[in-house]
Design a protein around this ligand. Structure first.
Ligand code: CU
Length: 163
């Protein structure tokens, strides 16, 4: 008789912890890194991210690079389209940009277009609803986990009572 409230309490704690872990993962994934290498490449060359994610380019291999958006990264079609154009002038320099709109964002390095130093950011998922978007997205995850476990508890208790 005394084990039932303890079990319910334990399940509630598990639900809250599970919700918190999911929220933490969402938060950690908010920034992803792309590094310039000394082989004149962006690494990784193509990345897929959720809308609202920030990409941080890091000059890792030294040298002078740019992160220049273009409508296409095909050879001969690389032209700055004005969306973003940053300079990573030496090792350790970084540039960050948050992608809120779905779509594909090709870009290239202007001094190294001959070496095919190009990359693409692919933005998927639900568009972030402004600055408060992340927090609004986290709450339902915890709530859903909580309701799911409470439903299980109710089913278990109901079955024990009837049986
Ligand atoms: Cu470069």
């Amino acid at each position: 008789m005394e084990t039932r409230p303890v079990a319910v309490l334990a399940l509630i704690v598990i639900a809250l912890v599970a919700g918190g872990i999911v929220s933490a993962q969402v938060h950690e994934d908010d920034v992803v890194e792309v590094r310039t290498t000394d082989r004149l490449k962006f690494d990784p060359e193509t990345i897929t991210i959720e809308a609202g994610t920030t990409v941080r380019w890091v000059n890792d291999g030294g040298g002078f690079h740019t992160v220049t958006s273009s409508d296409s990264i095909e050879a001969g079609k690389r032209d700055a389209n004005g969306d973003f154009d940053a300079t990573l002038s030496s090792r350790g320099k970084t540039y960050e940009r948050t992608f809120d709109e779905l779509g594909e964002y090709p870009y290239f390095c202007q001094p190294h277009t001959g070496a095919d130093m190009v990359g693409t950011i692919v933005v998927t998922g639900e568009p972030a609803g402004g600055d408060g978007g992340t927090k609004e997205n986290q709450a339902p995850v915890s709530l859903l986990a909580f309701l799911f476990v409470m439903g299980l508890v109710a089913a278990l208790v109901g079955r024990r009572r009837s049986g």
